[in-house]
Design a protein around this ligand. Structure first.
Ligand code: 5CA
Length: 440
């Protein structure tokens, strides 16, 4: 992508409305734009990051055996009247009438809809277990939308829903998502700690929130320090192994970890003082087991091996991609801007032409740009005629992990500078060596 033809509306000044660093940097780097309170457009740079986050979420959901579909944002009120949540959900639900005066709503979550899909076609235990997910916009008319896309009214959610014949089966489905979540957040460069959590309007009595420790987090959390160093389940994790996944769940729930709603002061005080961590955190995922809470009122049942009908045991599993992007920034930035983990960086590398219009600089940059694109890399080429200082500031602000800098002096020797955004380390090398770093 040539920067001269891209859409990257950088802000020079710090936006006044932004209270936390991620919100400030997302606005300054031209990633998002507020359209009305708590409702955002994702501009091209932000969209690239969001897509990469979603690709990782999708890979790990698929690895754990979940199956992707797509459900609509608008839902009929009738479904919610069946479960009893239409009235219970209150003012957070955006209620709409269509032209025939039928009550509709912008979905805040999809338990009812997915239960309806399930009951219309699954009739036998032989079709279980089943886990269906989608990545879709949601709307919750939050009292206090704030911090940009961290707590917005319209936001994206990956929501998965599992169906099992028995409670034991449902626990295995829960453990699959538990392990998949540990892997997902790790691949996003984050350390998320599962903590016992309140179930709120979703219901049930087994639930974990996945929390990232950050001073700007909205939740107050309490946990054992050792979680920070626990091993993450590997790529070869066998998601069909009931014992294997139970062992992962048991290990990751063996020490104290709870959000403030579930906090037990006495149990926390039993942890040796030097190992207690009392901090603030960002909830990036939340998983629930709620048994037959929706399947009973909505009549979602299957025939069991005993020939009788059984209401299915369900769970639901949410991740917030549009919250994860600012959470990653909270965890990874410096005074100059964002530092993306390579896995979600909007571009793998930025080629900076320090003197656009200079034949040697132009030729060198074009050569590198073409070679890296050919190697399948996402490359941003700063071919604008901005001052070098402005180019460096932009490259640092948008946080691309590697910068290849071509100026008249280095290019005259057949060389360029390669800068690591995170460490700031610069290295001068031949053009060929710079290319090979990515191609090899
Ligand atoms: N149906 C269940 C799980 S699929 C559910 O709705 N769970 S939730 O309410 O906990 O939301 C799941 C995830 O969505 C949260 O962990 C959070 O990451 C994200 N999320 C929730 N509300 C917002 C919001 N207002 N803005 C941004 N992300 C949000």
């Amino acid at each position: 992508m040539r920067l001269s033809r891209y859409f990257l509306p950088i802000l020079k000044e710090n936006p006044k409305e932004a209270e936390i660093v991620s919100h400030r940097l997302m606005l300054r780097a031209g990633m998002i734009r507020q359209q009305s309170q708590g409702i955002y457009s994702w501009l091209p740079l932000g969209k690239r990051v969001l897509d990469k986050v979603n690709a990782i979420i999708r890979e790990e959901q698929n690895r754990a055996g979940a199956i992707e579909l797509s459900m609509p944002t608008l839902q009929s009120a009738e479904l919610w009247q069946e479960s009893g949540r239409y009235d219970a959900y209150g003012k957070e639900m955006l209620r709409i009438k269509d032209r025939q005066d039928r009550p509709m709503l912008y979905g805040p979550t999809n338990e009812e809809m997915v239960t309806d899909i399930f009951r219309s076609s699954v009739k036998s235990y032989k079709d279980l277990p089943l886990n269906l997910y989608h990545i879709q916009l949601k709307f919750r008319d939050e009292i206090r939308p704030r911090f940009g896309t961290m707590r917005s009214r319209e936001f994206m959610m990956k929501d998965a829903y599992s169906f099992d014949l028995t409670r034991e089966g449902a626990e295995h489905s829960y453990n699959k998502m538990f392990a998949a979540y540990l892997r997902t957040f790790d691949r996003l460069g984050l350390r998320a700690i599962p903590m016992r959590a309140d179930t709120g309007p979703i219901g049930g009595n087994l639930s974990h929130e996945f929390i990232i420790l950050a001073d700007t987090g909205e939740s107050e959390v309490f946990c054992h320090k050792d979680f920070v160093g626990f091993d993450i389940p590997g790529e070869n994790t066998d998601f069909d192994s009931v014992e294997g996944l139970k062992a992962i769940f048991d290990k990751w729930t063996s020490l104290y970890a709870a959000t403030s709603e579930m906090h037990d002061e006495a149990a926390f005080n039993a942890v040796p003082e030097a190992e207690r961590l009392s901090a603030r955190g960002i909830e990036v995922g939340h998983i629930f087991y709620f048994g037959t809470k929706y399947s009973e009122p909505m009549g979602a049942k299957v025939q069991g091996p005993d020939g009788k009908e059984h209401f299915v045991h369900m769970g639901s599993y949410g991740i917030g991609p549009t919250r994860l992007v600012p959470a990653i920034i909270e965890a990874s930035h410096d005074d100059n801007g964002i530092i993306w983990p390579a896995s979600v960086a909007p571009f793998d590398v930025v080629v900076i032409n320090m003197k656009a219009g200079d034949e040697a600089c132009d030729d060198t940059c074009e050569l590198i740009y073409a070679a890296l694109k050919k190697a399948g890399k996402d490359v941003l080429y700063d071919d604008t005629d901005d001052r070098a200082g402005t180019k460096f500031a932009t490259a640092d602000l948008i946080g691309v992990p590697v910068q290849i800098i071509a100026g008249p002096r280095t290019v005259a020797n057949g060389e360029v500078e390669v800068k690591d955004r995170k460490t700031g380390a610069r290295e001068t090398m031949t053009i060929e060596a710079a290319i090979n770093r990515f191609v090899a």
